[in-house]
Design a protein around this ligand. Structure first.
Ligand code: SF4
Length: 316
C-alpha cells in the first residue's frame, strides 16, 4: 500500500514524521500493562495523598490531566491558577483542530472555507446561552471574518504538508478522549489524543504513531511533555506501545518526534504520581496559604497564576 504523496512537503512529512517505509521497532511484550501497574503501585504508595486530594474535590475524585502535570511545577500555581479564559489564540487553536478533523473525515472532498464555516456554526451553537462558553465568545467575536480566514490558512497549511491517509493504508483516530479510572476510582486520568495513525497489522512490532497538533508558539519542553503524556494515555488505553510520538506545529509545518523509549513513558508515570503527592500535600491548604508553606518555583507560567502580584518567586 502506498500513500498519495502530492508534493515535496508531503514526502518530507512521510519520511520525517510517519517514518514511511522504515521497519517498526519490536515492542517489548507486556510493557503497557507494566506501566499501568506502576501507576497503580505509585498511587497505592501515596494512598493518604490520594485520599486527601480526592476528598477535597466536590465529586470525591481527583482528575489528572495534562494541566495537572503542567501546574505541578509550582504549588502556588496548582493552588490558585488564573481561571481559563477564551482568547483569540486558544479559540483559533480549537477551531483549527476541529476543522482539520472535519476535513479529514470528509476526505478533503470540499474546499476548506465551507468546512471551517460548518465547524464555526457547530461550535457557535453548542452552548450559546452560557456567557462563559466558547459559543458565546464566537457569537460576540468582533472580527469573525478575520478569525475564519486565519483558521482557513492554517488548515490549508496542514493540507499542504500532510498527505491524505486512505483508510485502507492506515487506521486514523482523531480527537479521541481517553479516560482511565485508577486507585479504585478515586483518581481519573483523562486526556485527548489529536491524531493516532495505526497499522492494520498486529504482530510483535510497535506500529502506531501518536501526534499532538500545535498551533501556538512552540514551547519545546511543554510540547515534549504533552506528546509523552499523549503516548502514555494511548498505551494505557490500548495495551500497546506506539513506535513514535510527536508534536506537529501547524503554522510552520514542522515536527518534533521522539521514538519509542519506555523510560520516557516511565518518567510520565513518575510525574503523575509526584503530582498526586503534591496535590495531597497541598489539599489542606487554603487559597490564601502563606508562601513559606508552599514549594514555589517561578517561570513563564507565573502569568497564569493568581498569586503573582504578591509572590516573592514570581517571574514576569
Ligand atoms: S507567581 Fe509563580 S512562583 Fe509564585 S506561586 Fe504563582 S506560579 Fe508559583
Amino acid at each position: 500500500m502506498s500513500l498519495p504523496l502530492e508534493s515535496p512537503a508531503q514526502q518530507r512529512l512521510a519520511s520525517d514524521l510517519l517514518a514511511w517505509g522504515e521497519d517498526r521497532p519490536v515492542a517489548p511484550p507486556g510493557v503497557a500493562a507494566e506501566l499501568h501497574r506502576e501507576l497503580q503501585r505509585g498511587l497505592a504508595e501515596h494512598r493518604d495523598a490520594v485520599t486527601a486530594a480526592a476528598s477535597a474535590r466536590r465529586d470525591g475524585r481527583l482528575l489528572l490531566t495534562r494541566t495537572t502535570l503542567e501546574r505541578a511545577v509550582c504549588d502556588g500555581w496548582q493552588l490558585e491558577p488564573e481561571p481559563f479564559e477564551h482568547t483569540w489564540e486558544n479559540v483559533r487553536s480549537h477551531l483549527v483542530i476541529a476543522a482539520i478533523v472535519e476535513d479529514w473525515g470528509r476526505d478533503r472532498e470540499v474546499a476548506i472555507e465551507p468546512v471551517v464555516a460548518d465547524v464555526w456554526q457547530q461550535e457557535a451553537s453548542r452552548q450559546p446561552g452560557d456567557p462563559g462558553s466558547r459559543s458565546a465568545w464566537l457569537n460576540t467575536c468582533g472580527e469573525p471574518e478575520r478569525l475564519q480566514a486565519e483558521v482557513v490558512d492554517l488548515v490549508a497549511t496542514f493540507r499542504e504538508v500532510w498527505p491524505r491517509i486512505p483508510a485502507e493504508v492506515l487506521v486514523s483516530d482523531l480527537r479521541r478522549t481517553h479516560t482511565r479510572r485508577l486507585a479504585r476510582g478515586r483518581v481519573v486520568l483523562r486526556g485527548t489524543t489529536d491524531v493516532v495513525l495505526d497499522s492494520h497489522r498486529r504482530d510483535d512490532r510497535a506500529r502506531a504513531l501518536v501526534v499532538d497538533l500545535r498551533t501556538g508558539l512552540p514551547r519545546p519542553d511543554r510540547d515534549r511533555r504533552s506528546a509523552r503524556f499523549s503516548a502514555l494515555l494511548w498505551a494505557l488505553q490500548t495495551g500497546r506501545l506506539p513506535f513514535r510520538w510527536a508534536s506537529f506545529h501547524v503554522p510552520e509545518g514542522r515536527v518534533e518526534v521522539e521514538d519509542l523509549d519506555v523510560e520516557r513513558l516511565r518518567d510520565v508515570v513518575a510525574d503523575l504520581v509526584d503530582a498526586v503527592a503534591q496535590l495531597g500535600r497541598i489539599a489542606d491548604l487554603q487559597p490564601g496559604a502563606a508562601d513559606h508553606e508552599l514549594r514555589l518555583s517561578g517561570g513563564p507560567w507565573c502569568d497564569h497564576c493568581r498569586r503573582q502580584a504578591g509572590c516573592p518567586q514570581a517571574v514576569g
